[in-house]
Design a protein around this ligand. Structure first.
Ligand code: MG
Length: 505
């Protein structure tokens, strides 16, 4: 299975042969994960969880096997490796280093605490009882600080956690991005609220749809965008997700509330973007550790590109208006522009996952500021809900009525994922840079969309980003693809232009 055209070095080839066991283990774990989230009977979860625990330990054992570690280290010393070979060694070395630095007792404790904590978080959210969750959050924060110390960092302990999700990302860089972004978004948001075009509610939000019909519509839209159904599928789950089982088996899910169809439609388009990234990786990378996308931020840039730059585009709504009418009869009453307005409503939304394109990043900035504070031991766990409520009120002008609308809304902290949130913003910002570069090198997005042939977009993304897998570190891949690093200015410009037109200023 090793492609001898791109993998030439003998040591790297040996590494890859040995890696195949890990790859196969990852493959079946992904099938099991997909099944857990879609079709597994609920009562099977106890047994399934034990299997997942065993698989994680097995993976660690295989990755840290002295012979394998030695082989990877030998590969690192080889001279004249090509980019593919260097990528393989870099990715494996990163995983090994992270695992090696954490003592087994720590890994076990972290896993135990987060497993309990997820359950408690769910109860706390239901009962609106922060006190119940607080001791667990305190423990998770303490363990995260410990984790940062074990892993090591140069500038800020939070850097060690960020690096898990976005290789090489620094707190300092996020400070710079967010401090530029924040005043612009708040200013734009206030202008929208004061606009005569501002809508507190749109009638399309209450229109009820037939869930089967909506599913058919989602399939039709995926087909239009170019989803290769011989290599993937669409199913239903509580929270939409994408999973790459193999390089040619990538599955997505969506959800159906029965009303407010944009949530289902945009979630499907979002997950399509994640899936396309994985599906367009070079087939030569099959079975290697450099598949699956390079980082959370770059992955999210692909989903956000399709969701925000295509899905929320007026030309796209015009292109699919007849399909919408076919599957959602109530659309007869609304012209394309009205549907477009509905897809782009800006509002004081307390829930991050429901937030619009303008305010979304404020939700992330709030979480980033809080994570940084607790990593710096600047805030007590008892004070966190109040801090949250004050911040969201300052940014959006609304205050949560309960903890579920505030600090208990997201699962991330309960599972120990601290440092993850910022990658959502990176993706949202990068998506605009991707669109602008694509327009420069291919054609205006509006023109491509109007022709209802998305292959020029897919091909460009494949050549510039997708086919490379994780060969280059994320910052390098971005530089190669876009000719620049991440910047907030194009994003700010995009928002001002689009929403200025929509809200008449
Ligand atoms: Mg996503």
């Amino acid at each position: 299975m090793i492609d001898s055209e791109i993998f030439v070095n003998k040591v790297v080839k040996d590494v890859l042969v040995r890696y195949h066991d890990l790859w196969a283990l990852g493959y079946v774990s992904s099938v099991a994960y997909w099944d857990t989230e879609t079709y597994m009977p609920g009562g099977a979860i106890k047994e399934r969880s034990i299997v997942f625990g065993k698989l994680a330990v097995l993976r660690q054992k295989m990755l840290l096997h002295p012979e394998f570690v030695e082989l990877v280290e030998k590969g690192e010393k080889e001279e004249g490796l090509n980019d593919y070979e260097k990528g393989v060694i870099r990715v494996l070395k990163r995983s090994i280093e992270k695992l090696k630095k954490l003592p087994p007792e720590f890994v076990e404790e972290f896993s135990k605490v987060t497993n309990q904590s997820r359950v408690v978080w769910r109860q706390a959210k239901e009962k609106n009882d922060y006190e119940l969750f607080a001791p667990y959050l305190e423990k998770i924060i303490e363990l995260s600080r410990k984790r940062a110390e074990y892993l090591g960092y140069e500038e800020h302990p939070y850097d060690a956690l960020l690096d898990y999700y976005e290789e090489g990302l620094l707190t300092r860089e996020l400070d710079a991005l967010f401090s530029k972004l924040k005043p612009h978004i708040i200013d734009l948001y206030r202008k929208i609220l004061n606009s005569s075009e501002y809508l507190e509610k749109h009638p399309l939000e209450d229109e009820k749809y037939d869930k089967d019909k909506m599913h058919e519509l989602n399939l039709k839209i995926m087909k239009l965008l170019g989803f290769p159904f011989e290599y993937g599928r669409l199913d239903i789950s509580a929270h939409p997700f994408t999973i790459g089982i193999g390089i040619r088996d990538v599955r997505i899910t969506s959800r159906y509330a029965g009303f407010d169809f944009k949530r289902s439609l945009l979630a499907t388009i979002h997950e399509f973007g994640h899936a396309l990234y994985e599906l367009q990786q070079d087939e030569k990378l099959m079975g290697t550790p450099v598949t699956g996308g390079v980082s959370m931020g770059v992955h999210e840039s692909q989903s956000r590109f399709w969701e925000n730059m295509i899905g929320r585009n007026l030309k796209f709504v015009e292109a699919i208006h007849n399909d919408l009418k076919q599957y959602l009869p109530f659309i007869e009453k609304y012209d394309s522009y009205e549907v477009y307005r509905y897809l782009n409503l800006v509002r004081p939304e307390l829930i991050r996952v429901e937030a619009d394109e303008v305010t979304y990043n404020l939700h992330i900035i709030l979480r980033f500021e809080m994570e940084k504070m607790f990593m710096e031991e600047k805030v007590d766990v008892k004070e966190l809900p109040q801090l949250w409520e004050n911040k969201i009120e300052e940014y959006l002008g609304v205050r949560p009525k309960n903890y579920a609308e505030g600090i208990l809304q997201d699962i991330h902290w309960s599972q120990g994922s601290i440092g993850y949130f910022p990658t959502y913003s990176l993706g949202t910002i990068l998506a605009v840079q991707v669109a602008k570069k694509l327009e420069k090198e291919v054609a205006p997005l509006d023109d491509v969309i109007s022709k209802k042939d998305f292959s020029p977009i897919r091909n460009w993304l494949k050549e510039k980003i997708h086919k490379w897998g994780a060969i280059y570190p994320p910052k390098e891949l971005i530089k190669r693809a876009l000719g620049e690093e991440i910047r907030v200015e194009p994003f700010i410009e995009h928002l001002r232009e689009k929403y200025g037109k929509l809200y008449g200023f």
